[in-house]
Design a protein around this ligand. Structure first.
Ligand SMILES: [Zn+2]
Ligand SMILES: [Zn+2]
Length: 213
């Protein structure tokens, strides 16, 4: 029975990996899955320099948490089209943008849309609630808008918040820790005094992919 379980695990491991090299009996079985790529996807006038700043800030953060398997790339610029707007054609719908990006995304390729436009969605009694960002769980894509972010240099924190939702299907900080980037904004996000996840949120997310050197 033990052998069957081992074989099933090995089969699952091999099944989940693409482009695996042939194994011989002396090889150690190492997972050759492609690393995760985060595709920062600027829309319209979200500039190259602004996208590169988000990329740099995320890289610095991931290095500090030893999450070194994530490649952060800049995808080709895209256009927000009228079909991604709300019914009154006044704002772009965050959920429509995420679903649009999901078409190219998978578990190894996470797409994060970046826009200066105001984005919204129906929320509680509001038909059109403006948000800084949105993830749909489960899913491999999310979107972030700078429109409601006062200090653009801190935009990476909103991006990281949405990325954690998307990558780990993780909800909000159960401790409501005001210093935790995963604290529930309750409609009023403020990342000014947040620089990291709390230890609990980190243990449930990033720590799982930490590389020990
Ligand atoms: Zn937390
Ligand atoms: Zn959130």
């Amino acid at each position: 029975m033990k052998k069957i379980i081992y074989l099933l695990s090995l089969a699952a491991l091999l099944w989940s990996c693409n482009n695996k090299p042939a194994l011989d009996e002396n090889d150690n079985v190492l997972c050759t899955c492609p690393p995760l790529t985060i595709w920062l996807t600027p829309f319209d006038d979200f500039s190259d320099a602004e996208t590169q700043l988000v990329q740099k800030d995320l890289l610095v953060y991931f290095k500090s948490t030893q999450n070194l398997n994530e490649a952060i790339e800049i995808a080709q610029r895209r256009k927000l089209t009228p079909d991604l707007m709300n019914d009154t054609k006044t704002r772009y719908r965050a959920d429509k943008i995420v679903k649009y990006l999901q078409k190219d995304a998978d578990e190894h390729n996470i797409y994060i849309g970046l826009t200066h436009k105001d984005i919204s969605l129906p929320y509680k009694q509001h038909a059109d609630w403006g948000v800084q960002g949105l993830s749909l769980i489960p899913g491999d894509a999310c979107v972030v808008s700078s429109f409601r972010v006062k200090n653009r240099k801190q935009l990476w924190k909103t991006v990281l918040h949405e990325y954690i939702h998307t990558r780990y299907d993780y909800s909000h900080c159960p401790n409501d820790d005001p210093k935790c980037i995963m604290e529930d904004a309750n409609g009023k996000p403020n990342f000014t005094n947040k620089w990291d996840l709390c230890e609990y949120c980190k243990s449930q997310t990033l720590a799982k992919d930490k590389v020990t050197l």
